[in-house]
Design a protein around this ligand. Structure first.
Ligand code: PLP
Length: 446
């Protein structure tokens, strides 16, 4: 390691092997466009939009300027019993982008908070309508909804859950995962057509077990992002919507990764033509520069909560929930600038177009390489699945990630997958560089 003017003793890194990190640190000190500069002066290409966040690329002046202006105008204001103009403006923009009657935005600061907020809305909404017995939640194996206790319980990633045992929410069940490694290991854009109807399990086993009348909500990521970009079978989300409607169950889409352009349109909900009752977002909404998340609820949910309080005194609060930083003016100013920039630069359309380039290149270059057992691409994202090293789960992907980093390309190891999801400003030459470096690392780690 070269020059370093800071101590690494005190920062406990999240979701990171801290011991090995300190032996071979990866520390960024600057970023611009597609590139990072590291503490030891190397250039690294951001092949993952810095964890799916930096859609418009780094160091975008309109966003930076909007933040600076907002800091000089209204730096912060309490979110309870008062609000700020930026929160109203940002929520109006977000509601206008959201499909159907998803029109009411509850702000928070992260995807984890969005998950827990939507869980609480579901419980409060049912209770407001006299169905307070609806307390069961259904998630899916390998789903990721952040690290709060609610999202973690509905989430289905074993390593994230295993230590917390009885502290997880008690009334949660999980549908089976949406991957068929035999028939649909390689998916290029198109929705995989399964012979089997995997939602029969929900209808025939899970719903009767709990009784549908007790179920508050089903929460899924339309595309399973954190697990490694796994795509739903054709018709899956539409059928899930129908099942939920039949039984009065709320459908929550966690679009923290798919929201704001990754699939070439506003939301995965638009891509699949299915409107949920709540849509959780975070990540791209501020281009990653300031934490902001939220839950977009339907008018029906909002109206029910208001009506339930119609007999209550004027000063009665309808929903006992919120964060000190809900609708923070600087975060909302960043969101307004980011969403404006997305539109002005046509970045969602660009994500769709460059996604086709990425998909073509990944499939034509990686199929047949040693240990590659699957490739899944959709929108501007793709995962290359590798066979695990016996007795060392995740090691092959981790080693490939490290080799790529040393060669100046940041990719993401997710279990046995290498995930690539660059900023929407990515050029063909960047994709070629990513593919060359990843391909070399896959061969090296054969
Ligand atoms: C689908 C999904 N939900 C929730 C989260 C949690 O977001 P955060 O890390 O901002 O809490 C993530 C993070 O990757 C995510 O991918």
């Amino acid at each position: 390691m070269a020059y370093q003017d800071f101590s690494m003793d005190h920062h406990w890194l999240p979701f990171t092997p801290n011991r090995s990190f300190k032996k071979d640190p990866r520390v960024f000190v600057a970023a611009d466009g597609m590139m990072f500069t590291t503490h030891d002066g190397k250039q690294v290409l951001d092949g993952i939009s810095s964890l799916w966040c930096v859609a418009a690329g780094h160091n975008r002046k309109p966003i930076n300027e909007a933040i600076k202006k907002q800091l000089d105008t209204l730096d912060y204001a309490t979110a309870f019993q008062a609000s700020n103009d930026q929160a109203f403006k940002a929520s109006e923009m977000i509601a206008a982008m959201a499909p159907g009657d998803l029109n009411r935005v509850l702000f928070c600061s992260s995807g984890s908070e969005a998950a827990d907020t939507s869980i609480k809305v579901a419980l409060a909404y049912h209770r407001a309508r006299g169905e307070g017995h609806r307390t069961v939640f259904i998630g899916r194996e390998r789903g990721y909804h952040g690290v709060g206790f609610g999202g973690m319980s509905i989430g289905g990633i074993p390593a994230n859950r295993k230590v917390y045992s009885t502290a997880l929410l008690p009334r949660v069940d999980h549908m089976r995962f949406i991957h068929d490694p035999v028939n649909h290991a390689y998916i290029h854009g198109q929705e995989p057509v399964w012979q089997e109807d995997i939602l029969l399990e929900l209808e025939n086993r899970i719903l009767p077990l709990h009784d549908p009348s007790n179920i508050a909500a089903v929460m899924v990521e339309p595309v399973a992002g954190s697990a490694g970009w796994y795509l739903p079978p054709k018709g899956y989300l539409k059928r899930l919507r129908e099942i939920c409607d039949k039984h009065g169950i709320l459908l929550i889409f966690d679009e923290v990764i798919t929201g704001f352009g990754r699939l070439g349109c506003n939301f995965a909900s638009d891509y699949y033509g299915v409107v949920p009752d709540m849509l959780n977002f975070a990540k791209c909404v501020t281009n990653g520069v300031i934490p902001l998340g939220g839950v977009i609820c339907t008018d029906r949910i909002y109206d029910s909560m208001m009506q339930a309080n119609s007999g209550a005194p004027e000063h009665a609060i309808e929903f006992f929930h919120g964060y000190t930083y809900s609708g923070h003016p600087v975060a909302c100013a960043a969101a307004i600038a980011t969403l404006t920039l997305f539109k002005e630069d046509n970045l969602f359309e660009r994500a769709g177009n460059m996604g086709r380039v990425l998909g073509d290149v990944l499939h034509s270059n990686f199929k047949g390489l040693p240990n590659v057992v699957g490739i899944r691409t959709l929108g501007l994202a793709g995962a290359v699945e590798l066979s695990p090293i016996a007795g060392s789960p995740g090691k092959r992907a981790f080693d490939i990630f490290m080799d790529c980093f040393h060669q100046g390309v940041l990719v993401r190891p997710a279990a046995e997958n290498i995930v690539i999801c660059p900023p929407f400003i990515v050029e063909k030459q960047h994709i070629e560089r990513i593919v060359n470096v990843v391909g070399e690392a896959i061969r090296k780690n054969a």
